[in-house]
Design a protein around this ligand. Structure first.
Ligand SMILES: NC(=O)c1ccc[n+]([C@@H]2O[C@H](COP(=O)([O-])OP(=O)(O)OC[C@H]3O[C@@H](n4cnc5c(N)ncnc54)[C@H](O)[C@@H]3O)[C@@H](O)[C@H]2O)c1
Length: 431
């Protein structure tokens, strides 16, 4: 395993001059794609990028772990179909391993990078890609703490100046049922909206067993979901999708939040430091309230959905449904004879088409502010206090280590019995 420090990489970036990107560097029609973070989503996103219209090639891949590159490459080659397989050109010399792999991918002659690592790395990697004049597709969330959100906002503004395309993996924005339903609600279909609800209540995700001799940094990197410097807790990693839909509906962001949460069932040390449930009340500037829940506990009520109540009616936004007097009044219907398009594919189609047209879309700002909304929710449940948006966004508390290095300790280390410190509402400081 190659160990390197990002501090050194970051210092190099400051002196790098970035070319002003027109559309794509080669002056031809080909968009050269580099994948950074070759896990489940990165593999899917790469196959989707390679399925867009026009000339496109996957030319470089980078991951903290070499085995992930191999499995991802095999999956894209074998499962993406012949058109996708023909668009892969990633020889060994353009496969990069380690914490500095992202910079090597960026510097390898690509036009666009896909950022699909755990979200803790996103601000640094997005900033580096923009600095180098690359178009970006990045997965959500785009940060796990307020300094990271501010870093992404600054890079987003820079990307606009450079006319770079930036897609963010909040794919509901590219899903026809959401687009039409939200438009109707914003046009007043249910009157003034005063109450919203959003849920990601489900069972939870994988755990990788600790292997003998594994360093703590390696263990946490393999189990990134359970550590806040990497994941931000599941309120950030998953529930952002639902919170973002409500922000989109409201065309704004909450002004404050309060809530409660904890870990009731998922208490083993293997589950790191995150909660297994959060319930948050967000207040928007117009006084309307969003009641949000996210839970990772088996055997409970499951729902991944968003809803709105107005003065005239209500909506199950996720079902594309509007009700008046409790009865269905309107339901989203795909065009006759057509199947609903896969939003994961459409988000790539839209990004690549916008770049080719010379009018690149830039979703980084709402991606950053919806990430901030999830972070605000976590701050409310961890602290047990009412947390103001402006204080949360100004917070100087960074969850990141000084150096990213497999030989160094990550920010949260286990105590004597192998457990990690868990936030304690009432005493945990968040801003
Ligand atoms: N939009 C969606 O619906 C959706 C769905 C799933 C995941 N995601 C997001 O995609 C991202 C990745 O999730 P995943 O499920 O693919 O996880 P994963 O664990 O399968 O993949 C993450 C990959 O990143 C690699 N990695 C970790 N740190 C790295 C670094 N510093 N540099 C390079 N590579 C690094 C890991 O080794 C791993 O291969 C997360 O932000 C997640 O929230 C989005």
């Amino acid at each position: 395993m190659k160990s390197s420090t990002l501090a050194a990489v970051g210092a190099g970036l400051l002196t790098q001059t970035a070319p002003l990107a027109g559309a794509y560097a080669g002056g031809d029609d080909l968009i050269r794609v580099g994948l950074i973070g070759c896990g489940g989503r990165g593999t899917g996103a790469a196959a989707q990028a390679l399925s867009t219209a026009g000339e496109v090639k996957l030319v470089a891949m980078g991951d903290a772990f070499g085995d992930r590159i191999k499995s991802s490459l095999a999956a894209i080659q074998n499962e993406g179909g012949p058109k996708v397989a023909a668009r892969i050109d990633v020889p060994a010399e353009r496969q990069f391993v380690g914490f500095d792999a992202f910079q090597k991918v960026i510097d390898s002659g690509v036009d666009l990078v896909i950022l699909a690592t755990p979200p803790g790395f996103r601000p640094l990697q997005f900033e580096a890609a923009v600095k180098a004049g690359k178009h970006v597709f990045m997965e959500k969330p785009v940060a796990v703490d307020a300094p990271g959100v501010r870093q992404v906002l600054a890079a987003a503004a820079e990307a606009k100046k450079k006319n770079l395309g930036v897609g963010v993996g909040l794919q509901r924005h590219h899903q026809a049922a959401y687009i039409e339903t939200i438009k109707k609600l914003q046009d007043g279909a249910i009157g003034d909206i005063h109450t919203m609800r959003a849920y990601w209540n489900d069972r939870g995700v994988w755990v990788i067993d600790r292997q003998p001799g594994m360093s703590e940094m390696t263990y946490q990197m393999r189990n990134w979901y359970y550590f806040n410097w990497l994941c931000g807790d599941h309120i950030c990693e998953q529930h952002i999708h639902n919170l973002d839909v409500i922000n989109w509906l409201k065309n704004g962001y909450p002004v404050r939040a309060s809530g409660m949460g904890g870990r009731q069932v998922r208490t083993d040390k293997k589950f790191g430091e995150i909660f297994d449930h959060h319930a948050v009340e967000f207040e928007y500037a117009d006084g309307s309230r969003l009641f949000s829940q996210c839970r990772h506990i088996e055997g409970c009520w499951s729902s991944v959905s968003e809803h709105a109540q107005g003065t005239k009616g209500s909506s199950d936004i996720s079902a594309g449904l509007i009700r008046m007097n409790g009865q269905p009044d309107w339901r989203y219907q795909p065009a006759k004879g057509s199947r609903p398009a896969n939003p994961y594919q459409v988000e790539h189609d839209d990004l690549f088409a916008s770049i080719r047209a010379g009018k690149p879309i830039n979703e980084a700002e709402y991606g950053a502010l919806s990430s901030m909304t999830s972070i605000l929710g976590r701050m409310a449940t961890y602290s047990g206090k009412v947390v103001e948006w402006k204080d949360a966004l100004a917070s100087e508390i960074s969850l990141q280590p000084k150096n990213y290095n497999f030989d160094e300790n990550p920010p949260s280390m286990p105590n004597g019995d192998g457990h990690y410190a868990i936030a304690i509402p009432g005493s945990t400081r968040v801003v």
